[in-house]
Ligand binder design. Structure first.
Ligand code: PEP
Ligand code: NA
Ligand code: MN
Length: 587
């Protein structure tokens, strides 16, 4: 029985069902009773495996196909009428052409199966930030993940009423050959179509597909922003909480920063860190002129390997109940899970991520390097109370960052909003050639949105500049680099909890409470401005961390000029001017 009378919803579902031809249809109402039935069914077919109720209550294991373990950027498309609107950084196909191609792949793809109808909300249902979606899928694994990652159920349909304003998402496992895997976005139709994958980022359509690619497009049209950012609250000893939003490319420790543990010296003084979000922020100008942020998700889809009691105890604690593990090691000794970097004692009786008998003596990795946990946000010990606030939190500082061996200092502050947009637009990470310390290949990832911007990157930068005109009390914009190395290629900044020392300076600057020194690239902390109390770090090392090498930066300018060349006349004039200013400052 449909759970709504909404004509737009029902006629779209009819159309999708006529194409995919499921045997049955089931609406997900969000009740625990229904979910429990589905979990049992999935356990019956081997799609899910129930883990130890004693050690991991409510937790399940799932394995994807071995050729289906990560997001597939080369098979991800933005399908808008004009190719120019997708821009040079996205794959593009004309909507009619892509719809025709997909129609063939979806034809009868749900035969013999059930189509699950998942009404979900990104953001708290009824909040001014919330946006609604419906995902149709033939996978119980997807249903169970969406239930953790978003708000699912009847209340979403009640909030939607008879409005046609919802994001349409169709997912079918299909199981064709790899060339027929497609993750397609039709921003002009509020539609997402995913076929022939069962991996998280490709199939949990509320996440990257909706909350970033479609939402970035909506945000541009509606005057708000959808960003690939964590949201972190820092509580000082006076009990004031100040918030930052931060964007980093993959593998720069976003989840660790989002769940940071203050160093002992800070904890003793009464500092606390609160996680509002670890991956996505939706940002709006509030009635007070400040920039307000919410995390539109309801859970964490985190990388398992490397997560441990030291690197991220909060993330680990989040995964101890009601979590779905994907492609990790199954520990047969006590029916739990394991992954590389969890501890130094891999299980002796286990199955690897492919389901094959495994132990460490084989020398292969037991868990896939991109194995994941899907954990409810509510299980995170440092979750901010403001996570549940429909108004969101006010952002005082925006932080960009990347992985640079030598070029970027530990931290610097942009001179203005527009300069800050420039800093975000040229964000980059590089691969380091291990021992030699040689600088590797620079990959630019503007605002960490390269794979996630649903329209032309040049227009996106212009939108950032335009937002600056709308925000009354603008957050200050910073860049950090936790990854400076010495000549041997070893990291010289401790990172992890000690990053709070840098964030403290950032927040002090945001509230005009700290001094700074000018430099060709922006404001730097003065010697002694970063609190090193309780940390064994020589003053010379701090000098090195903050050093700006003009020769490296002149090479950086050349590299940015080449990168900017891709965007032609869509490159905002303001950003070209900022590049020239940087170039002049370095002379
Ligand atoms: C994903 O790959 O599904 C995903 C969420 O991506 P990332 O961890 O890179 O943000
Ligand atoms: Na990935
Ligand atoms: Mn991400």
């Amino acid at each position: 029985m449909p759970l709504t009378k909404n004509k737009a919803v029902l006629s779209w579902i009819d159309e999708m069902a006529a194409m995919t031809r499921p045997d049955r249809m089931e609406w997900i109402d969000g009740s625990e009773e229904q979910l429990e039935k589905l979990r049992a069914a999935a356990c019956g077919t081997g799609e899910l495996y129930r883990l130890s109720e004693e050690k991991l209550p409510g937790c399940y294991l799932h394995r994807t196909a071995v050729n289906d373990v990560a997001r597939v950027e080369h098979r991800t498309f933005i399908c808008c009428r004009r190719q120019e609107d997708a821009g040079p950084t996205n794959n593009w196909m004309a909507p009619q052409e892509m719809y025709a191609k997909l129609k063939k792949l979806y034809a009868g793809s749900m035969e013999g199966r059930t189509m699950y109808v998942i009404p979900y909300s990104m953001g708290i249902v009824g909040s001014p930030f919330a946006k609604y979606g419906i995902e149709l899928t033939d996978s119980i694994y997807v249903v169970m993940n969406m239930v953790i990652m978003t708000r699912v159920g009847t209340e979403v349909l009640d909030a939607l009423g008879d409005s046609g304003d919802f994001v349409r998402g169709l997912h079918s496992k299909a199981q064709l050959d790899e060339e027929n895997r497609y993750i397609c976005h039709f921003p002009e139709d509020n539609t997402i179509m995913s076929v022939n994958s069962g991996y998280g980022g490709n199939v949990l359509l509320g996440k990257k597909c909706f909350a970033l690619r479609i939402a970035s497009f909506l945000g541009r049209n509606e005057g708000w922003m959808a960003e690939h950012m964590l949201i972190l609250g820092v509580e000082n000893p006076k009990g004031e909480v100040r918030y930052i939003a931060a964007a980093f490319p993959s593998a720069c420790g976003k989840t660790n920063l989002a769940m940071l543990i203050p160093p002992e010296i800070y904890a003793k003084k009464g500092y606390k860190a609160w996680c509002v979000g670890d991956d996505i922020a939706w940002l709006r100008v509030g009635p007070d002129g400040r920039l307000w942020a919410v995390n539109p998700e309801n859970g964490f889809f985190g990388v398992a390997p490397g997560t441990n009691e030291k690197s991220n105890p909060n993330a680990l604690a989040s995964t101890r109940r009601n979590t779905i593990f994907t492609n990790v090691v199954h520990n047969l000794e006590d029916n739990t899970v394991w992954w590389e970097g969890l501890n130094k004692t891999p299980p002796e009786h286990a199955l690897d991520w492919k389901g094959q008998p495994w132990d460490a003596s084989l020398g292969t990795k037991g868990a896939h390097p991109n194995s994941r946990f899907t954990a409810p946000a509510s299980g995170c010990p440092c979750l901010s109370h403001e996570f549940y606030n429909p108004q969101g939190v006010p952002i005082s500082a925006i932080v960009f960052g990347g992985r640079r061996a030598k070029t970027a200092p530990l931290v610097y502050q942009s001179r203005s909003w527009r300069h800050g947009v420039f800093v975000g637009s040229v964000m980059a990470s590089e691969t380091t050639a291990a021992a030699s310390g040689a600088v590797g290949v620079v990959r630019r990832d503007p605002m960490a949105m390269l794979p996630f911007c649903g329209y032309h990157m040049g227009d996106y930068w212009q939108h950032w500049l335009d937002m600056g005109e709308k925000i009354g009390q603008k957050p200050k914009i910073f860049n950090v680099n936790w990854f400076r190395t010495d000549d041997k290629g070893d990291f010289i900044w401790p990172g992890f909890g000690d990053n709070l020392r840098v964030i403290e300076w950032i927040l002090a600057r945001a509230f005009d409470e700290a001094d700074a020194a000018g430099s060709p690239i922006g404001f730097l902390p003065k010697p002694g401005d970063i609190n090193l109390e309780g940390l064994d770090l020589a003053p010379e090392t701090m000098e090195e961390l903050l050093r700006v090498d003009p020769a490296l930066w002149r090479a950086e300018v050349d590299n940015i000029r080449e990168f900017y060349g891709k965007f032609g006349d869509k490159l905002p004039r303001e950003l070209a001017e900022e590049l020239e200013t940087l170039s002049k400052n370095l002379q």
